[in-house]
Write a protein that binds this ligand. Sequence first.
Ligand code: FAD
Length: 455
Amino acid sequence: MSEFDLVILGGGSGGYACALRSAQLGLSVVLIEADKVGGTCLHRGCIPTKALLHSAEIADGAREGVRFGVKSSFDGIDMAGVNSYKDGVVSRLHKGLQGLVKSRSITYVEGHGKLTSKNTIEVNGQTYTGKNIVLATGSYAKTLPGIEIDGVQVITSDHGTKLDHVPKSVIVLGGGVIGCEFASVWKSFGSEVTIIEGLPHLIALEDESSSKQLERAFRKRGINFELGVFFKSLTKNKDGVTVTLEDGKTFSAELLMVSVGRGPVSANLGYEAAGITMDRGYVLVDDKCRTNIPGIWAVGDLIPTLQLAHVGFAEGILVAEEIAGLNPRAINYDGIPRVTYSDPEVASVGLTTAEAKKRGHDVVELSYDLAGNGKAQILNTAGSIKLIAEKNGPILGVHMVGARVGELLAEAELIFNWEARAVDVASLIHAHPTLSEAMGEAHMALAGKPLHAHG
Ligand SMILES: Cc1cc2nc3c(=O)[nH]c(=O)nc-3n(C[C@H](O)[C@H](O)[C@H](O)COP(=O)(O)OP(=O)(O)OC[C@H]3O[C@@H](n4cnc5c(N)ncnc54)[C@H](O)[C@@H]3O)c2cc1C
């Protein structure tokens, strides 16, 4: 059997991006995937959840039409219709991706692979040898001791993206990004929703000000949540589930969704046997995604970096370019854009205030209230853009809450990654009336020349 330049195990965001870029650079590539190319993001992550969130937005639009002078009413959710729309989006993207893999002459192998030496992967009884091996086996939804996932009453996001009905009531265990997105969908679909989060805030990795604004907005929407208290036990009967918390409170609902984080898929795949350094199941790598074993690389959710599809893409591309000898720059993980696509959205790039102070920056902050922005008023959304900057220096972080603020991240990302100062951005002209104007206004205010800003 001939030797390939790369043998990639796992065809999710990290693995397929690495395959596509490597092939583009003229390298010979095998991509091994046990399920469907596209992985978690395409089939049970980013894409299906964002389609559900879009249906949720339409439901809210129907409910609130009258506020905008449009006669409309919310008559309920047809989950078959929602699923057919969502599955259509996934299926079109899946076909497109399959076509891309084919068109780049990548050897695509369907099957469950295992690392059998430092340069071989065995799949379907056949051995593929590579000058380089890229591990990209991704992650799975974790649960807690005492909670068995049955896929019916006790589910994870995997099942949540495929439900054929709208539950009357749901307990979402874990108020991180995935938990908050599902809570937002189900509330819009008409469920009674309670989030339980052990940490003091929802989306606790975000700047505290963003978490607090999301909590306020969720409270206003009637999404219940319990913060700073841990799960103790679960009981089930034919009508539903009852969760008891450590403070003795109990909550009952038709459904429990467990969203307490995702763990690396690395067990029994030959990684330890090959001598790869690991930590709690994660494969450890350097800033170019190299493991401690020469020629073995790892990318995506399998390594302990931010578990996001675009991080997987970036790491996959980095590895391909490094192998091809292009000597790419290492990824600056602070500069990765992050979005929670709930209603309202939460979006950020760069450091939180707490992190900036921890790193010793002399921090100045400014919060621009979206109330002063024409488009935000038109959309009837509340929120803000918070800037964190080094005193007389560059922007260190941008944190946004409000409808559609995820779309403002492109500019925030440029500002952060090009180390722009408030004065640099203040002189750029933003179109009126757009939400992006609020980005300009925030920087104008921080640069000492506020226009539509009070106080
Ligand atoms: C509900 C949900 C919503 C999300 N929303 C977003 C979002 O909006 N934006 C965002 O950026 N990220 C989002 N994510 C995260 C994103 O999906 C992941 O970060 C991304 O999929 C990671 O890519 P990966 O390639 O590392 O792993 P995966 O996408 O998990 O791919 C790994 C692949 O490896 C395959 N595999 C595993 N073991 C083997 C084996 N032994 N042999 C062969 N194949 C194997 C699996 O079948 C899988 O296809 C979301 C995740 C979830 C769960």
